[in-house]
Design a protein around this ligand. Structure first.
Ligand code: ARG
Length: 572
C-alpha cells in the first residue's frame, strides 16, 4: 500500500496546489486513516483542516477532491466516496491481486522480503539466560520476542547480529565453585547438570546461614576467577559448557537462532578500559566502598561500576559490551530485549555512556516486556519453585498429543510425535507473541491450545487446510487472471495485500502482536472464503483463480509464521 499511498498523496498535493495551498507529502501521508469497516473503503483522507482555506464546509471540500480524482483518475482506485468530511478511496481488488501475483512470480517464497532497511546494521541482544540455573519461563519472553525481531529485521533487508548475552559471570559463580569443591560430585553433575548445580546453590545458601564465612570464601573464589586462576577457571568452564548444552536443546525446540553467543565473562578483560574512560571523563566517585557514577541530576540512583575488592559488576560489563559491539559491528541501532523489571538498569548505563561522550548511546533501545501470570492451577508455581520452560513445552506437546489422538487417529505414531512437537511449541510461541509485549501475559491452557480461538494451532490448522485444498486441486493450474465472484474473495485479497504494511508497523513499534493479530485476521478471512467458495468443481477459470488465492494465503501464513519463529505442520 505504501507506493499507492504515495501516489494518492501526490494527487492530493496537486489538487491543493491548484487551490493555492502548499502541503508536504509526509503530512498528507500522516493524515491517511484506515476506515473502520471494509465497506467504507481502504484509505480515508480527512479534509477538516482545510475548512479555513476553502471557507467551505468539509463535505464540500471532500466532494471537490473526489471531483479532482475523477478528472485525473488513477487505475488503482475503483471508487471514491465522500463520507462526512472524509474522502474514502476504494482500491481495486483486481489491481491488488495482480500486484500480489506478480510479486509472487518474481520473488517466489521471498515475496514478502523487502529492502526497507537495506544497509542498516542492527544488534539484537536477546534470551540471555543465566548459566548453572534452569531456563525459566521468565527467559522465554526475551527469547521469542528477540528471535521475532531478528527475523523481522532480516526480512526488511537489515544486517542483523543476534547476540545471546549469557549470564556467565558474577559473584554467584564464586558460590557455586565453593559449593562444588565442598560437596560436589562429578558423576552427579554430568547426569543432570543444571538441576544438580541448582541444588548446590540451594545448599550453599542454607549452609551459609549457619556459617557466614562461606560467603567470604565465595567472594574470594570469584576474585580468583576474575584474576584467571586455573583451578576456578576450569570448574567455571565446565559449568558453562554443560549449561549451554542444555540450553541448546531448548533453542532447537523453539526454533531460535543466534549469530553470536557472547556471555558476560567475555567482557571481564575489557573492564579496566571502561573504568579508565569514566575516570578520564571525571565521572567516577567513591561511595560506600565502591566506585560509582552519580546520576542524581537525572533522578536516578548511582550506577555501580566497581566494588572496593575490585570485583566487576553487571552494569560495568554492560558498558563494556556496548562499546565492544559498537566497535565490532558498528551498529546503527541496538535492541536489548529484557524484562521491564530492569528498566532502571538500562536507563542508568545508557546515561553513563552518554555522559562519557559516546554519541551513539542514543541508538540503543531497551525493548521491555511484562511478566507471565498463570491462571490455571496446574502450572502455578508448584511448591513455590520457578516454572521451568521445558516443563511448559512438554505439557503443551502432551496436551496436543491427546487432542490429536481424538481428532486424527489416522496419523502414524511418528507423525503424531512430530506434529505435536511443532504444534505444542508453536502454541507457546504464538501465545507469547500475540500479546502487546508491554503487558503481562495471562497464561491459560484453554486459550493457548484452542484450535478455534486466537491460538497457534488455529493458524496451523488453516495452513494445513490450505495444503489440503492444494493437494485436492492438483490437476488445476492456478491462474493470475482475476475472476472474483464473491465478496469473501475480495475481503481475502485485501487482507493478503495488507501484509507488507503490517510488517512495517510491527517494525516501527517493535511489536510482534501486529503480525500475530494479522495472521489471526487472515485466518478468519480465509475461513469465510473457504466456507463460501469451492475451489474444486467450479468453472475452470474460477477454480484456477481460487487456487491462486489459496496459494497466496498459504504462503502469507508461512511467511508470517516464519517471522514469528513458529513452525507449521504439513498435516495434522
Ligand atoms: N542474564 C540477565 C538476567 O537473566 C539478563 C541480561 C540482560 N542483558 C543485559 N545486557 N543486561 O537477568
Amino acid at each position: 500500500m505504501i507506493g499507492l499511498k504515495d501516489k494518492i498523496a501526490n494527487s492530493i498535493i496537486d489538487f491543493l496546489k491548484q487551490n493555492n495551498i502548499d502541503a508536504k507529502k509526509e503530512d498528507i501521508l500522516f493524515m491517511f486513516k484506515k476506515p473502520e469497516k471494509l465497506e467504507f473503503g481502504d484509505i480515508a483522507f480527512p479534509v477538516f483542516r482545510y475548512a479555513k482555506d476553502f471557507r467551505k464546509p468539509p463535505v464540500e471540500i471532500a466532494e471537490q477532491v473526489k471531483g479532482f480524482f475523477e478528472a485525473n483518475p488513477l487505475k488503482e482506485i475503483e471508487k471514491i466516496e465522500v463520507i462526512n468530511g472524509y474522502v474514502n478511496f476504494h482500491i481495486s481488488p483486481q489491481w491488488m491481486f495482480e500486484k500480489l501475483v506478480k510479486e509472487f512470480e518474481e520473488k517466489g517464497e521471498d515475496f514478502y522480503k523487502s529492502d526497507v532497511l537495506k544497509g542498516k546494521t542492527f544488534v539484537v541482544e536477546f534470551s540471555s539466560p543465566n548459566i548453572a540455573k534452569p531456563f525459566s519461563i521468565g527467559h522465554l519472553r526475551s527469547t521469542v520476542i528477540g528471535n521475532f525481531l531478528r527475523n523481522l529485521l532480516k526480512s526488511l533487508g537489515a544486517n542483523v547480529i543476534g547476540i545471546n548475552h549469557i549470564g556467565d559471570w558474577g559473584t554467584q559463580f564464586g558460590k557455586l565453585i565453593v559449593a562444588f569443591k565442598l560437596w560436589g560430585n562429578e558423576e552427579e553433575l554430568e547426569k543432570d547438570p543444571v538441576k544438580y548445580m541448582l541444588s548446590l546453590y540451594v545448599r550453599f545458601h542454607k549452609e551459609a546461614e549457619e556459617n557466614p564465612s562461606l560467603e567470604d570464601k565465595a567472594r574470594e573464589a570469584f576474585l580468583n576467577l576474575e584474576k584467571g586462576s586455573e583451578e576456578e577457571r576450569k570448574l567455571w568452564e565446565k559449568f558453562r559448557t554443560l549449561s549451554l548444552k542444555e540450553f541448546e536443546k531448548t533453542y532447537k525446540r523453539l526454533n531460535v537462532h543466534f549469530d553470536k553467543v557472547l556471555g558476560e565473562a567475555f567482557y571481564s578483560d575489557k573492564i579496566d578500559r571502561v573504568v579508565k574512560i569514566l575516570e578520564e571523563k571525571g565521572l567516577l566517585e567513591e561511595s560506600e566502598n565502591a566506585l560509582v557514577v552519580k546520576l542524581d541530576d537525572y533522578n536516578m540512583p548511582p550506577c555501580l561500576i566497581k566494588k572496593s575488592d575490585g570485583a566487576t559488576l553487571y552494569a560495568t560489563r554492560d558498558i563494556a559490551a556496548a562499546i565492544y559491539r559498537k566497535e565490532t559491528f558498528d551498529f546503527d541501532r541496538m535492541f536489548y530485549v529484557v524484562g521491564s523489571e530492569q528498566k532502571l538498569h538500562f536507563k542508568q548505563f545508557f546515561k553513563v555512556l552518554e555522559l562519557a561522550g559516546f554519541e551513539w548511546a542514543k541508538d540503543m533501545e531497551h525493548i521491555d516486556f511484562g511478566l507471565y501470570r498463570f491462571k490455571d492451577g496446574k502450572m502455578s508455581t508448584r511448591k513455590g519453585r520457578v516454572i521451568l520452560l521445558e516443563e511448559v513445552l512438554d505439557e503443551a506437546v502432551n496436551r496436543i498429543k491427546e487432542i490429536m489422538n481424538e481428532k486424527n487417529p489416522d496419523l502414524t505414531e511418528e507423525e503424531r510425535e512430530n506434529v505435536s512437537e511443532i504444534l505444542g511449541t508453536g502454541a507457546i510461541i504464538f501465545n507469547d507473541l500475540k500479546n502487546d509485549r508491554i503487558k503481562d501475559v495471562q497464561f491459560s491452557w484453554d486459550e493457548v491450545l484452542n484450535f478455534e480461538g486466537e491460538s497457534g494451532p488455529y493458524i496451523s490448522y488453516s495452513f494445513v487446510r490450505c495444503k489440503g485444498i492444494f493437494r485436492k486441486a492438483e490437476g488445476i493450474e492456478e491462474s493470475g487472471k482475476y475472476t472474483a465472484t464473491h465478496e469473501s474473495e475480495i475481503a481475502l485479497i485485501k487482507k493478503l495485500f495488507e501484509f507488507k504494511d503490517i510488517m512495517l508497523s510491527a517494525y516501527n513499534n517493535r511489536k510482534s502482536h501486529f503480525i500475530a493479530n494479522y495472521l489471526l485476521d487472515l485466518t478468519k478471512s480465509f475461513t469465510t472464503f473457504y466456507h463460501n467458495c469451492r475451489v474444486v468443481g467450479e468453472d475452470k477459470g474460477i477454480s484456477s483463480f481460487r487456487k491462486m488465492l489459496v496459494k497466496l494465503t498459504m504462503n502469507t501464513l508461512k511467511a508470517g509464521a516464519d517471522i514469528l519463529g513458529m513452525r507449521l505442520p504439513d498435516r495434522m
